[in-house]
Design a protein around this ligand. Sequence first.
Ligand code: SAH
Ligand code: SF4
Length: 352
Amino acid sequence: MPYLHQPEDLFRLLDGEPPYRIDQLRRWLYETPVLSSERMTNLPAAVRERLSDLWPFDVEMERSADGGTTRKWLFRAPDGAAIESVLMGYPRRATLCISSQAGCALGCTFCATGQFGFERHLEAGEMVAQVAYARAFLRQVGMPGTVSRLSNVVFMGMGEPLANYDRVREAIRRIVDVMGMSARSITVSTVGLVPGIRRLAEEPWPVSLAISLHAADDELRSSLVPINRRYPLQELEAAASAYFEKKRRRISIEWTMMDSVNDSQDQAVKLAEIAGRLRAHVNLIALNPTPLTSEKASSEAAINAFSRELACRGVNVTVRDTRGRDIDAACGQLRLLAGKPGLGVSQPRQHV
Ligand code: SAH
Ligand code: SF4
């Protein structure tokens, strides 16, 4: 399972082979990844055979939506942990949403991952492998009307990246230093773990930061996002502001629109104040309902009114498209379907 190794340790897989094989293998694993070791054409057959267990997971489900431009994978680690990734292709960019934990301990009321509870942290190699897999997929299989190079990675799949700080840090290091992606093209999305935001500000990379806010006063936020009791809005805003000052990277604020919960004019006014002080960009996204959530998505009219309210107060705001809605591409949702019979799930890809 090469991705569980430090890249520096690759020679162990190549015992008895000449030293230049390390570079050859590193290229196949990190720079021009391929879906199968069979494709590693410059390696001898015996070495390719040894590498047949290329990924640290099996591909349990693969689904496609939006005319083939959204692809979602449910990977399964040998210990049974579920890992989800979603690849969204566009004419000029391709964005991969990766998971940083199997499950999540933070229990946001509207989130499918939170409703599952925490399984375990993902290893750095398991995060890097999601990126390598998507890159190999884009190169080898591709998506209609989409670039063949992965351009962006967002930590917006399952889990809270800043609750798994050291491994996420190592994953970012490898994605930047070894895979050669730009740190600016990586976004870490957090529910607001203040110490993690402050540590991230000290790292050498100008990664983008997204704050999942969802409410602009402590009472409402604590009812949706329990960790707000530990790190209330004022502290969160101060940490986000320090990040912006240090990195000069525009913060984005994520806001999941829930009918009659956080789509009022009052919330828009308060959000506009926070976004204004942080000079942040606001992304609105309609709630993707989950089986255990009583909340409903805001109506299109409510989302538009909320968006206008922000815009006329000078806030940069985008209503995000709901890519992959028909394949449950929101956080933790594919996993909910795993194991349920009769869902027309595509054949799992054989161990690639
Ligand atoms: N734990 C991190 C990153 C993973 S969640 C965080 O909370 O930011 C990624 C994004 O999906 C977050 O903005 C989260 O609020 C959002 N999200 C979670 N459940 C959702 C749902 N049911 N519908 C729409 N967005 C959801
Ligand atoms: Fe965890 Fe993010 Fe889901 Fe909250 S929204 S439960 S922090 S994954």
